[in-house]
Write a protein that binds this ligand. Structure first.
Ligand SMILES: NC(=O)c1ccc[n+]([C@@H]2O[C@H](COP(=O)([O-])OP(=O)(O)OC[C@H]3O[C@@H](n4cnc5c(N)ncnc54)[C@H](O)[C@@H]3O)[C@@H](O)[C@H]2O)c1
Length: 331
C-alpha cells in the first residue's frame, strides 16, 4: 500500500514514515524539505521522496499517482511561525488542504479514499472554568491563527466527506508533542524546558505556569496515525479523535518540575510580565483508546530522559534555527 505523507520529513513526519516502513507500507514523502531530509537517511532505501509544495496543484496531482492513502502533516506549525509568515500560513495551513481534498476527490482523477489529517488540540483554546476536560464533542474555541486554520481545514475535509460517499477522512487532534525524533523540535514546551535545563540549568516559565497542557510522545503519535489507517473504515470514517494521554495533562509548572526532577540542579523562574501561551485544557483520550485500541507507550519522564541523552551524546549545533520553527521565512 502506497501512502503519501505530506510533511514526511518533519518532526512528526519522519517518525510516521519510519512506522509505515516498519509495518510494510511504501511511504511516499511529499515535502518542501524546509528542514532538509537528513532525518529520512536511515529509511532512504525503503521510501520515495518527492520535493513539492502542497499549495501547488500540479505537484500534488503528480505525487498522488498510484497512492492509496494520504497522511497530511505539512504545515506551518505554531502561532509564532504563523504570525511571522501570515500569507504563507494561510496558503499552506488552509488553502493547501482545499487543494489536496479537491484533487483526492476529483472525478477525473483516481479517488484517494483514505485521508488522515493532523489537526491540533489547540482548537480548544482556553476552557478554564468551563470544562474540566474536553472531549471530541466539546465546542472548539481557537485563540490563534494557527488553531483557527486547523479548524477550518477540518471543516473543509469533513464537509467534503459528506458530499463524496467513497471518501473516508479522519481528523486526529494531536496534543502538544514531546520527545526525540531525527528532526528534533526544541521549541515545544517539554523539549524546550529539557533543552534549557541541559544547556543553562535554568528554565524560565512565562506567566504563572498554571495553565494545563496535554502532552504526547512523538513516537506514540506516529503509531496513532498508522493504527488509525489500519483500523476498519467504519470505525474512523468522518471521525475526530484526540491523540493524547490523560496522565499527560499537566500544568506548565508541573512540566518544568518534571524536567527538574530528571535534570538535577535546574532552577525554575517565572517571568510574570512575559506574553504567556494562554492555551489551557485537559484532554479526554478515551475515544481513540476504545475504538482504535491505540494507547501511548511513552511517559513524559521517559521522553525527557531520552531527549536529554540525545542532547548529551550527539555533537549537533543545538542552537541552530533548524530545530525551531520560529525563525524561518516560509514565503
Ligand atoms: N508538533 C506538535 O506539537 C503538533 C501538535 C499538534 C498538531 N501538529 C501538526 O502535525 C503536523 C506536523 O507537525 P511537526 O511538528 O512535525 O512540524 P514540522 O515543522 O517539523 O514539519 C512540517 C513539515 O511540513 C513541510 N512543509 C511545510 N510547508 C509545506 C508545503 N507547502 N508543502 C510541502 N511540505 C511542506 C516542512 O518542510 C516540514 O518537513 C502539522 O500539521 C502540525 O500542525 C503538531
Amino acid at each position: 500500500m502506497r501512502v503519501l505523507v505530506t510533511g514526511g520529513a518533519g518532526y512528526i513526519g519522519n517518525k510516521v514514515v519510519e512506522e509505515l516502513v516498519d509495518r510494510g507500507y511504501e511511504p511516499v514523502v511529499f515535502d518542501m524539505f524546509y528542514w532538509g531530509d537528513k532525518a529520512l537517511d536511515p529509511l532512504s532505501s525503503s521510501i520515495e521522496k518527492i520535493k513539492g509544495d502542497c499549495r501547488n496543484s500540479k505537484d500534488v496531482i503528480y505525487a498522488l499517482e498510484n497512492v492509496d492513502a494520504v497522511i497530511h502533516l505539512a504545515g506551518i506549525v505554531g502561532e509564532a511561525a504563523c504570525l511571522q509568515n501570515h500569507k504563507a500560513h494561510f496558503s499552506i495551513n488552509v488553502e493547501s488542504t482545499r487543494t489536496l481534498i479537491n484533487i483526492c476527490t476529483d472525478p477525473e482523477l483516481d479517488l484517494v479514499r483514505d485521508f488522515i489529517f493532523s489537526s491540533s488540540c489547540s482548537v480548544y483554546g482556553n476552557v478554564e472554568g468551563l470544562y474540566d476536560e474536553v472531549t471530541e464533542k466539546t465546542p472548539p474555541h481557537p485563540l490563534s491563527h494557527y488553531a483557527n486554520a486547523k479548524l477550518r481545514s477540518e471543516n473543509i475535509i469533513l464537509e467534503r466527506s459528506k458530499e463524496v460517499s467513497h471518501f473516508h477522512p479522519t481528523v486526529l487532534r494531536v496534543s502538544t508533542v514531546f520527545g526525540w525524533s531525527r528532526r528534533p523540535r526544541l521549541d515545544l514546551v517539554t523539549n524546550l524546558f529539557t533543552y534549557l535545563a541541559w544547556k543553562e540549568g535554568q528554565i524560565t516559565v512565562y506567566g504563572d505556569g498554571e495553565q494545563t497542557r496535554s502532552l504526547i510522545h512523538v513516537g506514540d503519535v506516529a503509531r496513532a496515525f498508522v493504527d488509525v489507517l489500519e483500523s476498519p473504515r467504519f470505525k474512523r470514517d468522518g471521525e475526530i479523535f484526540h491523540v493524547g494521554d490523560r496522565q499527560n495533562n499537566r500544568t506548565v509548572n508541573q512540566i518544568a518540575e518534571t524536567v527538574k526532577s530528571i535534570a538535577a540542579n535546574t532552577d525554575i523562574e517565572h517571568d510574570l510580565e512575559a506574553n504567556a501561551d494562554r492555551r489551557d485544557y485537559s484532554i479526554n483520550c478515551s475515544k481513540i483508546k476504545n475504538i482504535i485500541k491505540w494507547k501511548p507507550q511513552w511517559s513524559v519522564e521517559e521522553g525527557i530522559e531520552n531527549l536529554s541523552r540525545k542532547l548529551e551524546e550527539l555533537d549537533w549545533d543545538w542552537e541552530s534555527d533548524s530545530f525551531r520553527n520560529t525563525s524561518y521565512d516560509y514565503e
